[in-house]
Design a protein around this ligand. Structure first.
Ligand code: NAD
Ligand code: MLT
Length: 311
């Protein structure tokens, strides 16, 4: 059997598949869609992260394909509907990178609170401008967490350790769970109106696309700080640029973008008080090992006709 690996996936996971009898692991990174269509023709399984787009054409080309494994959470780069139509199982690794993404979110929040990247750039440019980088403390501030799933919950817990007041908005958050976490369950409007910091942790869906856009910015406090380590497109990038320029938003940090890699001419590159990272939320050694092992084990089970956990 052939397992085609199209994105950079930790060796520890790949070894699990390589150790299987009768399984050949073929790693081909950076393929065009046409190259992928050619390579997937005789593959039984395809493993990806977020770069490779598993389109209907790719799925149709994979005539032997049983399973597409996503080493990570979001399956938005895979046409799950088309895979289902063709009887191809799609699995992900839902919790291996939760802590990595929560910690990256926190690093982003601290960075915008204290201007760390801007101050670093200034010092390396030979300056010593202490007055330009007077930040704010997290203590006593209100954090609005939009999406209280795995990552949102970990962010909320860490915020409580920093003695922040946390508002959680999620249709599935119960009062009881909010109480256990020491946070306040709110609706979206209250979270937007009262938060000093806002962080989004939902998937990108038709309901969450541009959830944070012009109207949402109007509701927010002047001087709010915003983080998106979930999916590009939840925050309307054009509206964010305007809000940064007119001072409504004092600082923002984005790890994910409407188009990735970020286009060279994106206005985000020159926006004021904006920190950008290239989709690094899950990029820790620990997370990459965990998601690779989890997805490899599931793929191995599926290829062996054994029960598997998620689909
Ligand atoms: P999760 O499924 O555990 O949580 C998502 C939560 O969003 C759920 O509780 C759901 O009820 C809630 N939600 C859905 N629609 C909503 C809406 N309209 N309003 C409010 N809440 C809504 O997912 P997770 O593992 O916590 O991941 C969250 C996001 O982070 C996903 O988009 C995932 O792809 C992304 N992610 C990014 C990175 C990265 O590298 N930057 C790493 C891991 C995950
Ligand atoms: C995910 O959804 O798991 C993240 O975006 C991380 C990744 O792409 O590896």
């Amino acid at each position: 059997m052939k397992v085609l690996v199209a994105d950079d996936i930790s060796l520890l996971g790949l070894q699990k598949l390589d150790n299987l009898a009768d399984t050949e692991v073929v790693v081909r990174l950076g393929m065009t869609e046409a190259e992928l269509m050619e390579e997937v023709k005789d593959a039984d399984a395809l493993l990806v992260r977020s770069q490779t787009k598993v389109t209907p054409a790719v799925l149709d080309a994979g005539r032997k394909l049983h399973v597409v494994g996503r080493a990570g959470v979001g399956v938005d780069n895979i046409d799950v509907g088309h895979a289902t139509k063709r009887g191809v199982i799609v699995i992900n690794a839902p919790d291996g990178n939760t802590i990595a993404a929560a910690e990256h979110t926190f690093a982003m929040m601290m960075s915008i609170a204290r201007y760390i990247p801007l101050a670093h750039q200034s010092v390396t440019a030979g300056e010593w401008k202490r007055k330009d980088f007077v930040g704010v403390e997290l203590l006593g501030k209100t954090l609005g967490v939009i999406g209280m799933g795995r990552i949102g919950t970990e962010v909320a817990t860490r915020a409580r350790a920093f003695k922040m007041k946390v508002f959680g908005y999620d249709p599935f958050l119960t009062e009881e769970r909010a109480g256990e976490l020491g946070i306040v369950k709110t609706d979206l409007e209250r979270a937007l109106r009262e938060a000093d910091f806002i962080t989004v942790h939902t998937p990108l869906t038709k309901d969450t696309r541009h959830l944070i856009g012009t109207e949402a910015f109007e509701l927010m406090k002047t001087g709010v700080r915003i983080v998106n380590c979930a999916r590009g497109g939840i925050i309307d990038e054009a509206a964010l640029c305007v809000a940064l320029e007119n001072g409504k938003v004092a600082g923002a940090a984005l790890d994910v973008f409407e188009s990735e890699p970020l286009p060279a001419n994106s206005p985000l590159r020159n926006a004021k008080n904006l920190i950008l990272t290239p989709h690094l939320g899950a990029s820790t050694l620990e997370a990459q090992e965990q998601v690779a092992i989890s997805v490899a084990e599931e793929v191995a089970n599926i290829l062996a006709g054994k029960p598997f956990k998620n689909a």
